[in-house]
Design a protein around this ligand. Structure first.
Ligand code: PMT
Length: 321
């Protein structure tokens, strides 16, 4: 394990050394630190059972991998962001504060049922030129705006956005280190689909790749799995949940079990592409639990978030013994 950590640390060091500097790094760092310290101050006497003492970092959406520095072309990873946005809503409902690291343009909490371009299709001018929600969308728009503002005003939701893999990994590191003081009251819920391969910044061409030179051969480097560093260095006491997506059900559970062991996760959520909105299987060291959307549940994230909150409570209780 020590050798794996050393290798991952070296890979990560070279990744960070060559990554383009994150815009607004100082602002993101201070926002994350302030957000966490508000929760630490609020911490009640009974830390074990009160979700209000807890912060979850939800990652969501897919990362892009640029092929040129002045990026025209990029490789993308599949994820609509629905899982992360829905889960954020249910964690907030349960009393958690949420740091929502999400891909720009992907699904957002409270707006999942709105059309894709809500400004243009959800609102209309009235006779006097004032803008109001259309009759069809009025209730949903009002609820979305109200719940979003409530969460932000109460200091319960911090929204951090990325597009590229470089931004995602740097933001995840900043947030993990900021969450470390929460100890067992921190949770990572890593639903983002993160690219496994990338073009290192120092070997990336500056300008648009020209097509007249014929077929393109490109070697992609392997992205360091930051899960090892997160678990062992950045926030070693936090409760960690990663996800495993496969299209072949035959290998899904095996891959999730391997991830659980290799990265010392507390739970791995296994999902298959076609059925991911109906059913997931949570793999822990106690075995597999099928979590399904039932008729009264509109989202599989309701029982999933509930299950994981209970798992974190058991983890906190066991750590307190
Ligand atoms: O967004 P939706 O359309 O609703 O879909 C949700 C989802 C299917 C994308 C989601 O449920 C899901 O499965 N996400 C993880 C996809 C995946 O298989 O990721 P991965 O194998 O690249 O990574 C495994 C885990 O490590 C993930 O939790 C990932 O967030 C994390 N990871 C991976 C690489 C890396 N460098 N850092 C990471 O944190």
């Amino acid at each position: 394990m020590a050798a794996l950590l050393e290798t991952e640390q070296e890979n990560a060091d070279s990744f960070f050394a060559s990554a383009p500097p994150l815009q607004d790094r100082e602002l993101i760092t201070s926002d994350a630190q302030k957000f966490v310290s508000r929760r630490l101050q609020l911490e009640p006497e009974d830390k074990t059972s009160n979700p209000r003492a807890r912060v979850v970092c939800v990652t969501s959406g897919g990362t892009t991998v640029p092929l040129e520095r002045r990026c025209v072309r990029f490789i993308d990873n599949f994820s609509s962001g629905h899982r992360g946005a829905a889960s954020t809503e249910y964690f907030l409902k349960a009393g958690y504060a949420v740091i929502f690291i999400n891909r720009r343009g992907s699904a957002q909490p409270f707006c999942r049922s709105l059309p894709e371009d809500p400004l243009l299709t959800c609102f209309e001018p009235d006779d006097k030129g004032a803008i109001r929600p259309t009759a069809t969308h009025a209730a949903t728009v009002q609820r979305a705006i109200k719940e979003h503002h409530l969460a932000i005003k109460a200091g319960n939701l911090l929204n951090l956005q990325y597009t590229t893999l470089f931004e995602y990994i740097q933001i995840l590191q900043i947030v993990s280190i900021a969450m470390n003081p929460l100890r067992q009251n921190g949770m990572f819920y890593l639903a983002a689909a993160v690219s496994d391969f990338y073009v290192p910044w120092n070997s990336m061409v500056e300008h648009k790749i020209q097509s007249r030179t014929g077929p393109l051969a490109m070697e992609l480097a392997q992205v360091p799995k930051m899960l090892t560093l997160l678990r062992q260095l950045w926030a070693p006491l936090a409760f960690c949940v990663s996800f495993k997506l496969e299209t072949d059900t035959e290998i899904l559970i095996k891959k999730a079990q391997q991830a659980l062991k290799r990265y010392r996760m507390h739970a791995v959520v296994a999902n298959e592409l076609q059925t991911r909105k109906q059913k997931v299987i949570v793999v822990t060291d106690r075995g597999e639990t099928i979590v399904e959307r039932d008729e009264s549940h509109t989202d599989v994230e309701i029982p999933l978030v509930d299950f994981l909150i209970n798992q974190q409570t058991s983890y906190i209780n066991a750590s307190a013994e």
